[in-house]
Write a protein that binds this ligand. Structure first.
Ligand code: GLY
Length: 372
């Protein structure tokens, strides 16, 4: 089927299902569905959790494509709920981009809300403050034992800094983002295009001490969501800065990803895990597809085709095998994986899977501006 016809059909199904979900969850922050197939409210469990921005971001995507008020209202509600987290500096970490770039940041860019700009700038300042000057990286999580930890995921958070620099005409944020991206390009990305999840830097003198397997199979493997963060993150760094090496790096990681997926085009949770058991991570596929669509946009049509076709193949397979369109239940994209060795939230729907799957359809249909 022509991908445009397919994307139109999928979008219509998403509108119906997400309208029902928005009505049920207009004052909640979903993460994963419970046994009954309905979302539990992450605000009650952990207001600081790194995924708490995806629901609001998803609602803004839907609003852009429909102009239905239920989506905008739910997005605004979720942005206000997140203020609990924004007011506590000691619980925040590198994930502030996930939390506020696609909620408050998008609200400001789409609607000019000054309160939203304040939220997004506060988040950007927090992210910039995590920069380690000697190691030239943005610190990941908190805790005494991991002062030197940097993770590939952060490539998706630094677009908040590019935006902040432009917004207040102050290059400091961009310098930090580019220093981090340069270090990540040099140290996280291996020569074959696979990516380390966690690097431990010497936080006093700089330099890499070791790598850790993190959410992947082991320290030499290729955690597929980490690869996906790398693909999309480097594509975005190129879009925001024009530095060609970032696009080349995004392509290199994408090439490894495309070569390593299963016969049905979908990624396992780790692209270098043993053949069995097969643990899919559809969320990695959705994120990688978004990144590949952006890479394709940056290339001429002939070269871009490679990345666009790979993205469309993945998305179509995901839809055919793993999307649930029953509007009486929450969540769309099934078979996500929190981590290769995760005991809970394994082979189930996770909110960021839905977010990136819908964002990919939004891109295929050209429904509005880039959110990151
Ligand atoms: N912390 C981001 C992730 O689990 O992918």
């Amino acid at each position: 089927m022509d991908y445009k016809v397919w994307a139109d059909e999928v979008w219509e199904k998403a509108v119906v299902k997400l309208r029902a979900e928005a009505e049920r969850n207009t004052n909640a922050i979903p993460y994963v569905p419970g046994e009954d197939g309905m979302y539990t409210d992450m605000m009650k469990e952990n207001p600081y959790w790194w995924t708490n921005g995806f629901w609001g971001g998803l609602m803004w995507l839907m609003y852009q494509g429909t102009k239905e008020e239920i989506f905008a209202q739910t997005a605004r509600n979720s942005e206000e709920l997140l203020d609990t987290a924004l007011s506590t500096y000691d619980k925040l970490d590198h994930d502030v981009g996930f939390l506020w770039h696609i909620t408050a940041g998008v609200n400001y860019r789409l609607n000019g809300s000054e309160k939203s700009k304040w939220r997004a700038m506060t988040a950007a300042s927090t992210l910039a403050s995590r920069f380690n000057e000697n190691g030239r990286f943005i610190r990941a999580w908190n805790g005494d034992e991991n002062q030197g930890w940097a993770i590939i995921d952060c490539m998706m958070n630094i677009p908040l800094l590019y935006w902040a620099s432009r917004e207040i005409n102050d290059d400091r944020f961009k310098y930090i983002a580019m220093a981090h991206a340069d270090s990540t390009m040099q140290n996280h990305v291996r020569p074959d295009g696979s990516v380390n999840h966690i690097l431990v830097y010497d936080h006093i003198n700089g330099g890499v001490i070791k790598s850790l397997g993190g959410q992947g199979y082991n320290e030499n493997s290729a955690w597929s969501r980490g690869q996906a963060w790398g693909i999309y993150g480097f594509a975005l760094s190129y879009i925001h800065t024009g530095k060609k090496e970032y696009l080349d790096t995004a392509k290199k990681i994408a090439n490894f990803f495309i070569a390593s997926v299963c016969d049905d085009y979908l990624p396992k949770s780790d692209l270098r895990a043993p053949q069995e058991p097969v643990i899919y991570d559809t969320t990695a596929g959705a994120i990688a597809a978004c990144g590949m669509l952006e890479i394709a946009n940056c290339l001429d049509e002939n070269e871009g085709r490679i990345y666009k076709n790979a993205a469309v193949n993945m998305l179509m397979t995901m839809e055919e095998k793993f999307c649930d369109w029953d509007s009486d239940k929450d969540s769309i994209l099934q078979m996500g994986s929190e981590a290769y060795h995760a005991k809970g939230n394994q082979q189930k729907a996770i909110i960021y899977g839905d977010y990136y799957f819908v964002e990919a359809i939004y891109k295929l249909k050209n429904l509005g501006p880039l959110f990151w």
